[in-house]
Structures are given as structure tokens and as C-alpha cells.
Design a protein around this ligand. Structure first.
Ligand code: FES
Length: 67
């Protein structure tokens, strides 16, 4: 599995299938790329809502390969 960080943006995780479990409730995630907030500014944490652009978040692009 590979996790990417977009330059000045969120973490990007490509998935075939995923679910989020919160307070005992499961939600199936249907999109192929999950975007997780890296800037701390999202109102939809853990997901990115685009707020990184408004707060002018700076972060380098990188890739993390999990083996
Ligand atoms: S990285 Fe996009 S809102 Fe935080």
C-alpha cells in the first residue's frame, strides 16, 4: 500500500474498498482515492474539505510505501 502526500495538500490513499468506523457505526467508502486532512483545518476530519487552500498550508509532496 502506498500513501501519498500532495504538495501543499492532503494525504492521498488509493483503495479498492474501505470503511470508516466511528462510535460503533460503519460507513462504507466508495471513492477510489481517500483524501485525509494533513493541515488540521478541515471541518470534515479526518477527510480533506479543501480548507488547506484557504489557510495556505505548506507541505512537501512525498510517498510512503507500506510493506
Ligand atoms: S489537507 Fe485539505 S483540508 Fe486539510
Amino acid at each position: 500500500m502506498k500513501i501519498k502526500a500532495a504538495e501543499n495538500g492532503p494525504y492521498l490513499i488509493d483503495v479498492n474498498e474501505a470503511k470508516i468506523v466511528k462510535d460503533g457505526n460503519e460507513e462504507k467508502i466508495t471513492q477510489k482515492t481517500i483524501t485525509l486532512c494533513r493541515c488540521g483545518g478541515s471541518s470534515k476530519k479526518p477527510f480533506c474539505d479543501g480548507s488547506h487552500k484557504k489557510i495556505d498550508f505548506k507541505g512537501e509532496a512525498l510517498e510512503i510505501e507500506l510493506t
